[in-house]
Design a protein around this ligand. Structure first.
Ligand code: NAD
Ligand code: UFG
Length: 339
C-alpha cells in the first residue's frame, strides 16, 4: 500500500505538476484546494497524464475542522504545502488577505498536523526572501529581507517553521526557495493559467504569441545587466516538481530534519533572452515596447545550486528551449480549446 501525501494547493500551477511526479514516484496524492486560483478540471488532466485521479477535497487550509476531519479519515504521512496567494502587487493592496491565507493558513495546517502526529512538511518558499541581492549567485545563507507583504508572509512562515522544529523533536521540514518557475508538463495538459492579466513574464509572453494580447511591456532596459533588462533564474516547473520529491524523500529518511534549499538552475536570463527563446520555440513574433521599470523589481537574481545538489542529489536539467516549447504547447492547446 503506497503512502498518502497531502498536497495543499494541488490543483494550482506548481502543485499540479508536483502531484504528477509524486504519483509517478509511487505515492498516493490527496489534494486540498479551495479553487480560488485553479480549476477542478486539472484533476482530469492529471488523470490523463498519470492514469490515476488524485483524491480531492475542496476546502481551505484555514478551516481547522475540515483539516482535523481530513487527518482523521486518511493515513497521511507528509504534507506538501503549496496553497497560498502569490501576487506581489495584489499583496500591497490586500495585505490582510495575504497574511490570512499564507500565515494563518500555515499555522492552522501545522497545528492540525501536530495534533494528528504528522510531522513531515515541505514548504513553498521563494527567492523573494533574499530581497535585493548583495551578491550573486544567491546562497542560502544570504541575508533575508522583504519589500512587500507577500515576501513578508514567506519570511514569517520560514521563521515559524524554524521555531517549530526547535520546539519539539521529530519534525522533518523542508523550506524550498523557488526561483522563477515557468514551462508546463510536456503533454500540454497542465500548465500555468493565470486569471486576468498575467503579472509574470512568461505567461504574458505566451499570450502575446497567441495573439490574445497585443504587446509585451518590457519593464526597464537600463538595469546593470548585459542587455539592460532584468535577469532571472527561470526553472522548468517539472524540474521544480522533481525537487519536491527529492526533498520529501530526504525528510522521510531522516529522524528529524530542517532543510533550507534553493530550487533554481544557477543560470540567469534576461527578459529579451526569454522573448527570443519564446519566438524560436513558438515560431511566432512577440512584439514588445520598452516601458519604465516596475516598482520593487530587482536587476538580477540567480541561485547557487550546490546545496540542493549536495543535500538532495537534485539538479535542474531542462533548459530555456524546453521551458519555452512546453509553455508554448500548453498555451497553444488552451487557445485551441477556447476556440
Ligand atoms: P497557484 O495560485 O497556481 O496555486 C496555489 C493554489 O492554492 C491554487 O490552486 C489555489 O486555489 C490554492 N489556494 C490558495 N489559497 C488557498 C487556501 N487558503 N486554501 C486552500 N487552497 C488555497 O500558485 P503556484 O504558482 O502554484 O504557487 C504555489 C506556491 O508556490 C505558493 O505558495 C507560492 O507563493 C509559491 N511560489 C510560487 C512562485 C511562482 O512564481 N509561481 C515562486 C515562488 C514561490
Ligand atoms: N517583466 C516584464 N514584463 C512583464 C512582466 C515581467 O518585463 O509583463 C520582467 C520583470 O521586470 C522581471 C522579469 O520580467 O525583470 C521577471 O518578472 P516576473 O514577474 O515574471 O517574476 P519576478 O522575478 O518579478 O517574481 C517572481 C514571482 C515572485 C517570486 C519571484 C522569485 O512573481 O512571487 O519570482 O524569484 F517571489
Amino acid at each position: 500500500m503506497s503512502e498518502t501525501i497531502l498536497v495543499t494547493g494541488g490543483t494550482g500551477f506548481i502543485g499540479s505538476h508536483a502531484t504528477v511526479v509524486l504519483q509517478q514516484a509511487g505515492y498516493r496524492v490527496l489534494i486540498l484546494d479551495n479553487l480560488c486560483n485553479s480549476a477542478i478540471s486539472v484533476l482530469d488532466a492529471i488523470a490523463e497524464i498519470t492514469g490515476q485521479r488524485p483524491d480531492f477535497v475542496q476546502g481551505d487550509v484555514r478551516d481547522r475542522q475540515a483539516l482535523d476531519a481530513l487527518f482523521r479519515s486518511r493515513a497521511i504521512s507528509a504534507v506538501l504545502h503549496f496553497a497560498g496567494l502569490k501576487a506581489v502587487g495584489e499583496s500591497t493592496q490586500k495585505p490582510l488577505d495575504y497574511y490570512d491565507n499564507n500565515v494563518h493558513g500555515s499555522t492552522t495546517l501545522l497545528a492540525a498536523m501536530r495534533q494528528a502526529g504528522v510531522r513531515t512538511f515541505v514548504f513553498s518558499s521563494s527567492a523573494t526572501v533574499y530581497g535585493d541581492p548583495q551578491k550573486l549567485p544567491l546562497t542560502e545563507d544570504h541575508p533575508r529581507s522583504a519589500t512587500n507583504p507577500y515576501g513578508h508572509t514567506k519570511l514569517v512562515v520560514e521563521d515559524m517553521l524554524e521555531n517549530l522544529y526547535r520546539s519539539e523533536p521529530g519534525w522533518r521540514i523542508a523550506r524550498l526557495r523557488y526561483f522563477n518557475p515557468v514551462g508546463a508538463h510536456p503533454s500540454g495538459l497542465i500548465g500555468e493559467a493565470p486569471q486576468g492579466v498575467p503579472n509574470n513574464l512568461m505567461p504574458y509572453v505566451a499570450q502575446v504569441a497567441t495573439g490574445r494580447r497585443p504587446r509585451l511591456q518590457v519593464y526597464g532596459n537600463d538595469y546593470d545587466t548585459p542587455d539592460g533588462t532584468g535577469v532571472r533564474d527561470y526553472i522548468h516547473v517539472m524540474d521544480l516538481a522533481l525537487g519536491h520529491v527529492a526533498a520529501l524523500r530526504r525528510c522521510q529518511q531522516a529522524g528529524q530534519e530542517m532543510l533550507t534549499v534553493n530550487l533554481g538552475t544557477g543560470v540567469g536570463y534576461s527578459v529579451l533572452d526569454m522573448v527570443k527563446a519564446f519566438e524560436q520555440a513558438s515560431g511566432k513574433a512577440v512584439a514588445y515596447d520598452i516601458a519604465p521599470r516596475r516598482p520593487g523589481d530587482i536587476a538580477a537574481c540567480w541561485a547557487d545550486t550546490e546545496l540542493a545538489f549536495q543535500t538532495l542529489g537534485w539538479r535542474a536539467t531542462k533548459d530555456i528551449r524546453e521551458m519555452c516549447e512546453d509553455a508554448w504547447r500548453w498555451e497553444a492547446m488552451q487557445a485551441a480549446r477556447a476556440g
